[in-house]
Ligand binder design. Structure first.
Ligand SMILES: CC(C)(COP(=O)(O)OP(=O)(O)OC[C@H]1O[C@@H](n2cnc3c(N)ncnc32)[C@H](O)[C@@H]1OP(=O)(O)O)[C@@H](O)C(=O)NCCC(=O)NCCS
Length: 165
């Protein structure tokens, strides 16, 4: 009888390298489709400096990716999480959670008021995100999908703007 491993191999989240850019772009395109660049979230990212990019590799291939960039919400320093994407064949194995948790650790070193994203509350609530009321993105966004995880207990209100270092 072959013994099953009792503990799954830990997921290794690594910094995104410059050489990963093409694979990450393909992963994001596959996850979000060709319309992704037209989305409001992309307007925020275009105006922002990147803060950290993280990937998960399997067999030398990038199968998961997340990025954070610098923003302000109502003048409060914050980070914008996204896009986050996991290869369709690799979903459900905890890669998404490992990427979010690693991104939040990175955010924790940046001294910001919190992390904002556009996503599904049923997924992101497990990481401490909740709907942010009264924040204005620079274009249309379903308000139920504008989510905030506070580092300080405060929920900022006002305009969401990209920030360059
Ligand atoms: C969202 C995403 C990153 C999750 O990656 P993953 O590696 O499958 O995540 P995990 O393995 O950590 O979690 C899987 C669990 O989350 C659930 N889940 C995944 N997406 C969900 C969503 N949008 N809403 C609610 N639950 C969701 C799965 O059903 C699964 O539940 P289970 O643990 O009860 O079986 C991945 O599904 C993806 O790339 N989706 C397309 C892009 C996207 O929607 N990105 C997020 C918006 S910014």
């Amino acid at each position: 009888m072959s013994a099953e491993p009792l503990i799954a191999a830990p997921i290794s989240v690594q910094p995104e390298a410059a050489a990963d850019a093409e694979e990450v772009a393909a992963l994001i395109d596959a996850a979000f489709g060709p319309g992704r660049l037209a989305k409001t979230a992309e307007r925020v990212r275009e105006a922002s400096s990147p803060v950290c990019g993280l990937v998960v590799r399997e067999g030398g291939r990038v199968v998961g990716s997340v990025r954070l960039c610098r923003i302000a919400v109502g003048g409060e320093p914050a980070l914008f999480l996204g896009p986050i994407a996991v290869d369709a064949a690799a979903r459900g194995g905890g890669l998404g959670a490992a990427l979010v948790e690693a991104a939040l650790r990175c955010a924790g070193t940046e001294g910001v008021a919190g992390v904002l994203l556009v996503g599904d509350l049923p997924y992101f609530s497990r990481f401490g995100f909740d709907v942010l009321q009264d924040a204005r993105m620079p274009g249309p966004v379903d308000p139920r999908r504008l989510l905030w995880r506070s580092s300080t207990g405060m929920a900022p209100t006002g305009d969401v703007v990209g920030v360059r270092d």
